[in-house]
Design a protein around this ligand. Structure first.
Ligand SMILES: N=CN[C@@H](CCC(=O)O)C(=O)O
Ligand SMILES: [Mn+2]
Ligand SMILES: [Mn+2]
Length: 324
């Protein structure tokens, strides 16, 4: 089910005497209804489109703590009062939400894929607001046609591989195995890199699966600001092997102090600064096609800390990506 956006979701501080220079995101965001005619983005313009995936059915199936269904609303609310610093040719659109109803995850993922494919086709840059990590499979369904002639790379900032078997059922723990199998059916390579992995968060079976699939990964204790030059070299090597990149940020990659509002809290996770540097690097590479922020559970958040971190990531990515 698809629900077009309304301005209700975009409310924030208004500096009414400051004119154009006092503008904030909630005043700049325009609505884009994907159930009607979608205008194409003019080549001289840059248009970002937020699309929400209101779903935690994957988290429920994966024995996690549900609540990510409310992630998109919390991310919008955390972004609403951001000061607006974008050039005139750059626009922000809210393209609404895809809802998962009656536990029908597969149908919701198909629907998300169709909306993302439409956005890409019309020249928009998607910013997907999750949802549990099951968002990634729906997201990929939208990307696969658009990138069919290219080598796609997937960069996952996550404490987990999310390469579990989906033989019984798909969930928030299975999206990247689902994607790998789909690519294999199409005779395409699966180029997948995980940054911020925790050994204790992934079983031996998951490491075996990852190794058999030649998945590249870096443990969390190596993803630190003082190791940035080496990390950027690794990311650059990954970028050179692909034509386009899809970034997926699972907020449970961050340390609990920064991201308490996730299903699987991470005591020894990453600090935000290093992740922001890595994301800015990829966003300015010219290869980024799409990004999602997943696993935000507002019911478990403290003072919107996790939502604000997710929102700040999107802010920085938009700022860098808009330049290329
Ligand atoms: N989305 C993925 N979640 C993790 C959950 C780990 C946990 O429950 O601790 C996984 O499946 O591996
Ligand atoms: Mn994940
Ligand atoms: Mn995770």
């Amino acid at each position: 089910m698809y629900k077009p956006a309304t301005k209700e979701a975009w409310k924030g501080r208004v500096d009414k005497h400051d004119g154009e220079l006092g503008l904030r995101w909630h005043q700049a965001v325009k609505l884009l209804d994907l159930s009607g005619e979608v205008p194409e983005v003019e080549p001289e313009n840059v248009a970002f489109a937020f699309i929400g995936f209101c779903c935690d059915e994957g988290v429920r199936r994966n024995q996690g703590r549900v609540g990510a269904v409310a992630g998109p609303a919390a991310l919008r609310s955390a972004m609403a009062s951001f000061a607006h610093h974008l050039p005139e040719q750059t626009s922000l659109y809210d393209a609404g939400d895809v809802l998962c109803t009656n536990g029908n995850l597969e149908e919701a993922q198909e629907q998300l894929g169709k909306k993302i494919a439409l956005l890409l086709e019309k020249g928009y840059r998607p910013l997907v607001l999750g949802g549990g990590h099951e968002t990634a499979y729906g997201h990929f369904l939208g990307l696969e046609k658009y990138t069919s002639k290219e080598q796609l790379g997937i960069l996952n900032l996550d404490a987990h591989f999310d390469l579990r078997s989906y033989a019984q059922q798909s969930s928030s723990g299975t999206p990247f195995l689902q994607i790998a199998d789909r690519l294999q059916d199409q005779g395409r390579l699966f180029k997948y890199k995980v940054l911020g992995l925790q050994e204790y968060g992934n079983t031996q079976l998951l490491f075996k699966t990852a190794d058999e699939m030649e998945v590249a990964y870096t443990f969390a204790n190596h993803v630190q600001l003082h190791l940035l030059p080496q990390l950027l070299q690794d990311v650059q090597a990954f970028l050179e092997e692909v034509d386009s990149v899809y970034i997926t940020v699972d907020l449970d990659v961050f340390a609990a102090a920064y991201a308490p509002g996730v299903s699987a809290v991470n005591a020894t996770g990453l600090q935000p600064e290093v992740v922001l540097e890595l994301l800015k690097y990829v966003a300015s590479s010219g290869k980024l096609v799409s990004i999602d922020i997943v696993e935000l559970n507002p019911a478990l958040d403290i003072d919107s800390r996790t939502a604000k971190l997710g929102a700040a990531i999107l802010y920085q990515v938009v700022r860098e990506w808009q330049k290329v």
